[in-house]
Design a protein around this ligand. Structure first.
Ligand code: ADP
Ligand code: MG
Ligand code: MG
Length: 716
């Protein structure tokens, strides 16, 4: 999960004193990178995926499954294989990083993939080999699962070895999550504690419960048995200290119940817990979830900015299609995705920043958590050169190349940046004075309203020419749907990158590969056809909200741009030029179908029309609205730009493209739906929203059995 620095982490009371120092030097570090590398061109379109895994332990005797805290040991072995390979001068096949949960692993390809279709076709194999390698490092009865959330994370006795929560102490002071479940690397407990301390209370996450036929209404979650048994009289104080609105009266009430040995339901016990909701109170509930991310290197900073904007619009759509998180703390939820849980789990905003009190000590009212959808489009600006999608193999990147013809810049309109997020005016001025343009300056001045959360004593003083650590400190703790990644000052061969971060992890490698490959091919189509996906960011945010809803992929409509080809006449002329001698008529027909006549496509009223469509329509097309759809565009990109690919390659690519197309149409189930159906058809499910330990055992066994298989209705 981003940058991991080593050293002595400062406690919050100390760290907060250095916030301005980190921000100030972080901006200087960015400006140094910017002024050195802003004109660099012709970087290759490299890319890589990140897969997060949950390691589980199956207790065959008791038929119980837990998350295994020994994943951390496996990580050390995996990292040794990687470093040994590098020391031998070999390229490691995979690279491994720690993640928030001590039971988690993160695996990426050893080196980023190149831009050829062969690279694309190698992804599923690489993912399968990663799974195999990770599995070979585990103990008997352990397995790696690619599931977004462990269904009973935070229920009683969910870890192996067993550990208990300590609400009166520790980094998270959670009622449910033991400290041992958090990765022991200093960064993670410090992040956890400092988020809580900065906020002024524990995080409070409430996800709506799914109301099944036997679920009481209102539903008040019974306090977990282990909470009553493991806690002493200190519980009321711990609750009052941790909650944002704990009161003396409530703690007295709690104490009475404790004397009698039974606890009241959570909403009566904990002021932050809402009726009809599953309550979660720790960072682990969000950062302990798994996702699938894809990072792209663009050929220039302008191309990276263009991709950042275009993919930001696609992020909620891909989140809904990839939905995989229908269960939290052992209960079926009325949402299918993890995102809001993570947003809540790292929400370090003070009461004033959240708008619950007038500003006095805090500087800004902030409407979003640090983990949320993007708040500013970046737009490529007037120097977008376009056209470097497939650079010559082996050609070095070059600096100071004059910008080519301007393409794409005219798509951006101010009306799309309609969120107006708060930004730090001083930082904005410094960036502008340092040569950064308005939109990029606003982007960073917005990210830099946040405080650095983890500061290592030893890294306070840095050489701002050589280090980007202060910059990364704030950049990498702004966890948005997209991340714009500048090159690092110490690795000059890495170019400008964007990271696509909204997708949930899939149960099988086939699905993970398909989603990663689809986004890669979509990037190629966006760049080759100069697609214009801009809609107002407020609509993207609305899409993000809808994408969470149960069954959103089939039940919701989403805002999307109807005319994604831009100004059709002119764009088609460009397309003709860029398709090496293919006539405009041929390209027009390829994109719009045989109805395309003489440079004019039908149904072209409002150039910027933003309409509501189903995900099936957005992905597969809506002919009645003259909207082609992202999958047909990807197919046409392949037909026009990759005419020479063999039949076998085409069939393999079709396999992945079809998978995404069928997930969008509902022909294949999302992981969330597959899991829900497994639970609700289990013999021990009582239609009361409870996912008990027997169901969890069978579910995790079943998911473990999916690895490497074709599963009808899910991935084939
Ligand atoms: P983070 O920790 O910020 O999520 P990492 O630097 O660990 O990101 O890398 C994430 C992904 O980016 C990996 O899949 C990796 O292969 C890929 N990647 C690394 N370098 C490049 C590059 N130059 N271009 C494109 N992708 C890259
Ligand atoms: Mg990660
Ligand atoms: Mg990442």
């Amino acid at each position: 999960m981003g940058l991991l620095s080593l050293g002595t982490p400062l406690p919050w009371a100390e760290a907060r004193k250095h916030a301005d120092h980190v921000r100030e030097h972080g901006i200087v570090q960015f400006l140094n990178i910017w002024n050195r590398i802003k004109k660099r061109r012709k970087d290759h379109l490299l890319w890589g995926d990140e897969i997060e895994y949950i390691v589980v332990y199956f207790d065959d005797d008791k038929k119980r499954v837990k998350v295994s805290l020994r994943a951390h040991d496996a990580l050390e072995k995996l990292q040794k294989i990687e470093t040994d390979a590098i020391l031998r001068g070999d390229v490691p096949e995979s690279s491994w990083k720690p993640e928030y949960g001590r039971y988690m692993l993160e695996g990426t390809p050893g080196l980023p993939y190149g831009y050829t279709l062969d690279d694309v076709l190698g992804v599923e194999n690489n993912m399968m080999r990663r799974r195999k390698l990770a599995t070979s490092m585990l103990r008997p009865n352990e397995a790696v699962l690619t599931m977004t959330n462990f269904p009973r994370l935070g229920s009683c006795h969910f870890t192996e070895p067993d550990a208990v929560a300590t609400p009166d102490r520790g980094a998270s002071m959670s009622l449910f999550i033991p400290e041992e479940a958090i990765n022991p690397h200093a960064r993670f407990p410090t992040l956890t504690a400092n988020i809580r301390l900065r906020r002024g209370s524990k995080v409070a996450i409430n996800m709506p419960i799914l109301k099944d036929t036997n679920t009481p209404s209102p539903w008040l979650e019974p306090a977990p048995a282990c909470l009553a048994s493991s806690l002493t009289k200190s519980l009321p104080d711990a609750i009052a200290a941790g909650c944002s609105n704990g009161t003396v009266k409530e703690t007295v009430e709690v104490a009475k119940h404790l004397d009698k040995g039974a606890l009241p339901p959570l909403p009566d016990l904990v002021p932050d817990a809402l009726p009809d909701h599953i309550y979660m109170d720790a960072m682990c509930f969000g950062m302990g979830c798994c996702c699938l991310q894809v990072t792209f290197q663009a050929c220039s900073v302008e191309e990276a900015r263009r991709l950042y904007d275009q993919l930001a619009v696609v992020a909620p759509i891909m989140m809904a299609i990839s939905a995989g998180a229908p269960i939290f703390r052992g209960y079926l939820a009325d949402v299918d995705c993890r995102w809001n849980v993570i947003a809540g789990s790292v929400d370090d905003r003070t009461v004033e920043e959240r708008g619950l009190k007038p500003l006095s000590e805090s500087r800004f009212k902030i409407s979003k958590s640090r983990y949320d959808s993007i708040s500013c489009y970046l737009s490529p600006g007037p120097n977008y050169s376009g056209g470097c999608v497939l650079p010559e193999e082996g050609a070095p990147a070059v600096n100071d190349v004059a910008a080519g013809p301007s393409k794409g810049m005219e798509y951006y309109k101010e009306k799309y940046n309609d969120i107006n997020p708060p930004y730090d005016k001083d930082i904005y001025q410094k960036l502008v004075a340092g040569g950064v343009d308005d939109l990029l300056a606003k982007h960073y001045a917005h990210l830099f309203i946040r405080d650095p959360l983890v500061i290592f004593q030893e890294l306070l003083e840095q050489d701002d020419q050589l280090s980007s650590d202060h910059f990364e400190n704030i950049q990498s703790t702004n966890w948005q749907t997209m991340r714009f990644k500048p090159p690092s000052p110490t690795t000059p061969n890495i170019g400008w990158r964007v990271e696509f971060r909204s997708m949930e992890i899939q149960l099988t490698d086939r699905e993970n590969a398909a989603f990663a490959i689809f986004v890669v091919l979509l990037v190629r189509a966006i760049l080759s056809f100069d697609l214009n996906l801009y809609i107002p960011l407020s609509k993207v945010d609305e899409n993000m909200r809808r994408a969470h809803n149960r069954g959103a992929v089939l039940r919701e409509k989403f805002w999307f741009r109807q005319n994604i080809i831009g100004d059709k006449n002119r764009r088609l002329a460009d397309l003709g030029c860029r398709c090496n001698g293919v006539s405009n008529q041929t390209v027009g027909e390829a994109i719009y179908g045989s109805g395309y006549v003489d440079g004019v496509a039908a149904g072209d009223e409002d150039e910027d029309a933003c309409v509501e469509m189903t995900i099936d329509e957005i992905i597969n097309g809506k002919p009645s609205a003259h909207y082609l759809g992202l999958v047909p565009l990807v197919r046409r990109y392949l037909a026009i730009h990759q005419p020479a690919i063999s039949q076998t390659t085409r069939e393999k690519l079709d396999l992945y493209i079809d998978l995404v197309s069928r997930k969008a149409s509902g022909d294949l189930k999302t992981g969330a739906t597959w899991i829900r159906e497994f639970v609700t058809s289990h013999p021990s499910y009582k239609k009361d929203s409870v996912v008990n330990e027997d169901i969890t055992w069978d579910l995790c066994q079943a998911i473990n059995g999916l690895a490497g298989k074709e599963v009808k209705g899910l991935n084939c």
